[in-house]
Design a binder for this molecule. Structure first.
Ligand SMILES: *Cc1c(COP(=O)(O)O)cnc(C)c1O
Length: 241
């Protein structure tokens, strides 16, 4: 497979400064949202979503201390993560997108976390692929069945959690959702907090709530998010899509 990023050179200083300042602003804003919600700032981790941005940006983020990085497509994340293996410090990669079973093996070779696990056959495929390494997973919930996004329906979440909890190579860490476009974000994140309680009845320490993107992270933090997934807020406009 040829890489979609054949060259991997040092990022120019201007871009480094831009990333440094947008990352610092994101951290300030996340901390402010935590204060507003009466929560400790270290309860919320930032995942910088590098999709559509070149590996140079990902490497620069790692250099300036942003270790948690996210990608949403196997065909983009796999070569990017591969290129970053040559970097001094390796990121902690989070896979966030729809995952087909035939891509599981390649994603498991670089991702430490998979946030988008939403069906038993996918649970089994990740568990099988994760030999000699433990993969942290979040169970993605489809909050509005009308809208047909990825995710397990709320009524099937408990059974999925039980199934995943029995897999020896997986660690069930919590829940994930993308707020439905047609809902107020408050409603979405409140509902996700309920879903988190469902999972914690099965796996008591699965306390992570992966929720909140550039446009709604403040609300997500108000409703208990522990991981905000910030793309354009840190990296700017996406290339292509
Ligand atoms: C792209 C993406 C994000 C980041 O989106 P922004 O609005 O740019 O912050 C977060 N989560 C998932 C699942 C994504 O695909």
């Amino acid at each position: 497979m040829t890489s979609m990023y054949p060259t991997f050179s040092k990022t120019d200083p201007k871009r480094t400064e831009a990333l440094r300042s947008s990352l610092a602003e994101a951290q300030r804003d996340v901390h402010a949202a935590c204060r507003q919600a009466d929560r400790a700032p270290d309860e919320v981790r930032i995942i910088a979503v590098t999709k559509t941005h070149p590996p140079e940006d990902a490497a620069t983020l790692v250099d300036i201390g942003q270790i948690d990085l996210g990608e949403n497509k196997a065909q983009e994340g796999t070569p990017k993560a591969e290129q970053l293996r040559t970097w001094d410090r390796t990121p902690r990669w989070h896979f966030l997108g729809q995952l087909q079973r035939n891509k599981v093996r390649s994603v498991v070779s670089w991702a430490d976390w998979i946030h988008s696990v939403d069906r038993t056959r996918l649970v089994d495929a990740v568990d099988r692929a994760a030999v000699d390494r433990e993969i942290s997973i979040c169970l993605q919930v489809n909050l509005n069945s009308e809208s047909g996004r990825g995710g397990v329906l709320p009524g099937d979440l408990e059974a999925l959690a039980e199934h995943a909890a029995a897999c020896s190579n997986l660690r069930v860490r919590g829940v994930m959702a993308v707020a439905p476009l047609e809902w107020e974000s408050e409603r979405a994140f409140e509902r996700l907090a309920d879903m988190s309680r469902v999972v914690r009845r099965v796996v008591p320490d699965a306390s992570e709530i992966s929720a909140g993107m550039t446009d709604d992270f403040t609300t997500a933090i108000e409703y208990g998010s522990t991981m905000v997934r910030l793309g354009s807020k840190i990296l700017g406009r996406r290339h292509g899509r």
